[in-house]
Every structure is written in C-alpha cells, then in structure tokens.
Ligand binder design. Structure first.
Ligand SMILES: [Zn+2]
Length: 249
C-alpha cells in the first residue's frame, strides 16, 4: 500500500499567484486536497514576488472550506539563527537554536495572527525543516498536535507532537509501498516542479490522500525510528558535503 501527501510551502500574500493558480487548477482537476503551509507574518524578501493581495486571507479561508488543510509554516519565515535543527541539512533556522521563550513567542504570535484571520490549525512545519526540541515543546504548549516533518520512516510522537515524516525537500522517488510526502514550492520551482506535480497527479492519483487520512497510520517505535531518522540525517549531511550516495532521498 502506498499513500502520498501533497504539501505546498510558502503560501503568503505576496507569493507568485501565476504559478500557484496553475498548481491549484491541477489539484482541483484531480480532486486533490493538499496540505498548504501558510506563513502568518511573512517578512522574507525572497517571497515578496507580487504586490500583496488584499483578499489573501479570505482566499485561504475559501480553500479551507474546499477541504484544503492549512498548516502554520513558521512565523515570519526569516532565518536569524545559524543552528542546524534536529533533522535539517542547512545551518539556518527561524527556530532551532533560539531560547525556548523566544520560540514560544514566535509560535504564539503566529497562531494568534492566524486565529485573527479566522484560521484554526494544530499542524505546523518550520522553514527549511529546521526545528529542535524546544520548538516541539513550544508547539505543544500552544496547542499544536502535528508537524509535517522528520526523517523517520513511520510517524513518531516526540514531546507530545505527532511527527509525520517528510523525508525529502521535494518530490520523492516513489516505492511500491509506504508513506511519502511530496513538497512543492510554487514560488521557486517553476516548470520543473510543475511537471513533477503533473506526473504525480497523473500516475499516482489513487494513492494521494488528504492530511487526515495520511496520519491514519501506525505509530512507529520511538527508539527504532530515531535510529532510522538519525541515519538518514547523517547520510543527507554527507550527501550535502558531496561524499554521499543517497540520491533516492
Ligand atoms: Zn518555507
């Protein structure tokens, strides 16, 4: 059995609406309900692509009504820590390395802004997959229950948060069995990512599920899954350093 979750990152009022709308048309055509990561208070200059759309938040609420699942994607999407997170590859983070209190504040503020716009969510994922134990603790304290992240093979519970693995930063190579999260960035991927999305929708339509159904899987043994996660993180770092061979991830 194979299950695929489609996730879109970096949804914000100044995103590239041309690419986004193309992706949404495809999702609607195939009846796909993706997980979309909305940035509560985007300050990332790289994501200032179009003029801010005044109806952005109404539009997000509309998507929610249509069955799209909303996640909070960071707070400002600004990297101001050089610490590597628990599972990420890069030395930049909005969360990892910051004191618990600061992480709590950012998560609290992000959630408050979303609530103000009428959006309730208990799902989170951090920019650049970068988070640490304090992030998970602060998420739990702020009423979050899920992150779409981690490199374990199965879902695991850590600090009271269900970590629903997202083992690659893009569209993973599909095996016959297992759970796969395919990540798309409509702001930067342009044609290559769009073509990957087309292939995914065409070839794996029946395996693509919504976040709720994707989470309906057996929770893995924490110890064994941690080993698997650490191993994959280690190999990914080697790959980043140019000496790894883990191309299939
Ligand atoms: Zn992002």
């Amino acid at each position: 059995m194979r299950r695929i979750l489609i996730r879109f990152d970096d949804i914000c009022p100044t995103m590239d609406y041309i690419q986004w709308n193309r992706a949404m048309e495809l999702c609607d055509q195939y009846g796909i309900k993706p997980l979309i990561g909305v940035i509560p208070y985007c300050q990332d200059p790289e994501l200032m692509i179009e003029e801010e759309h005044a109806d952005f938040w109404d539009y997000i609420l509309e998507l929610q009504k249509r069955g799209y699942m909303i996640a909070m994607h960071g707070y400002r999407h600004v990297y101001d820590s050089k610490m590597r997170g628990m599972v990420d590859l890069v030395n930049r983070s909005e969360f990892a390395g910051h004191q618990y209190e600061e992480q709590f504040r950012r998560i609290y503020e992000g959630k408050r802004i979303l609530r103000e716009k009428g959006i309730q969510t208990d799902i989170f994922f951090a920019p650049s997959h970068s988070y640490d134990k304090n992030t998970l603790k602060a998420l739990k304290e702020n009423g979050f229950n899920y992150i779409s992240d981690g490199k374990s093979k199965k879902v695991i519970k850590r600090e009271g948060i269900l970590c629903v693995p997202c083992r690659s930063g893009g569209c993973p190579r599909m095996g016959r069995n297992g759970y796969y999260t395919a990540v798309f960035h409509t702001n930067s991927g342009k044609e290559k990512q769009y073509n990957q999305l087309v292939d995914l929708c065409k070839n794996y339509k029946d395996d693509i599920v919504c976040f709720e159904d994707f989470c309906n899987q057996e929770v893995g043994n924490f110890f064994l899954q941690s080993i698997s996660e650490n191993y994959l993180s280690f190999l990914s770092i080697q790959l980043e350093n140019g000496i790894g061979i883990l191309s299939r991830y």
